[in-house]
Ligand binder design. Structure first.
Ligand SMILES: Cc1cc2nc3c(=O)[nH]c(=O)nc-3n(C[C@H](O)[C@H](O)[C@H](O)COP(=O)(O)O)c2cc1C
Length: 186
């Protein structure tokens, strides 16, 4: 299975790192694009260098690499995850704008009717963002905001992150033990 992960400039860079590590454990071929603005968030939210991020994938692409295979519908990517997804990138996807490798690949995977998972992060949400999520959903994207859940009794931020990553993996049909399934029978 080949999965394209894109990291954009919303808060939540650690979620992307964890997603890449979990996909790596499942021996999934990871393709990765990181937007220019995501690197600013990386510097703010992690101690990781861009070189260390590049090591979390099998194939790394620059955000202006619109000539590369992942930007063509003929390349057999199985799914794309944008984690975290900025309101800027969300708006472009909702509007069909393909001005960089991330938005181009998203458009391509939507037209090829493949799974495209967006993890949009902003709060509170303005009306344009809400409408853009609806538009992206209407185009077939899965919308997975990194929302808190308390029924799993999280004790650390990592527990809460695991819940979000688990939700992403479930949409890809990948088994995980990142949190305990809800298992009340009566
Ligand atoms: C530290 C930091 C945190 C940010 N957090 C968010 C956020 O949570 N959501 C969001 O939509 N934009 C956020 N932004 C703003 C985006 O980075 C900005 O809109 C940018 O244009 C997104 O570009 P991209 O979509 O090409 O990555 C943040 C910026 C910085 C520097």
């Amino acid at each position: 299975m080949k999965v394209l992960v894109a990291i954009t400039g919303a808060s939540g860079f650690p979620l992307a790192v964890k997603t890449l590590k979990e996909l790596g454990k499942k021996e999934i071929e990871r393709h990765l694009i990181v937007s220019k603005n995501a690197h600013k968030v990386r510097e703010q939210e992690t101690e990781l260098t861009s070189e260390q991020i590049e090591q979390l994938c099998e194939h790394y692409y620059k955000p202006d690499a619109i000539h590369t295979s992942i930007c063509s519908g003929s390349y057999p990517i199985n799914a794309m995850i944008i984690v975290p997804c900025s309101m800027n990138t969300l708006a472009k996807i909702a509007g069909g704008i393909e001005d960089n490798a991330i938005t181009r690949a998203a458009g391509v995977n939507i037209k090829q009717e493949r799974k495209v998972i967006l993890v949009p992060r902003e709060t509170p949400l303005h009306l344009a963002a809400l409408k853009n999520m609806v538009k992206a959903k209407q185009q077939g994207c899965s919308i997975v905001p990194p929302m808190l859940a308390h029924h799993t009794k999280p004790k650390t931020i990592e527990n809460s992150e695991n819940f979000v990553i688990g939700k992403i993996l479930e949409l890809l049909g990948i088994e995980h033990t990142l949190y305990q399934e809800w298992n009340v029978k009566k």
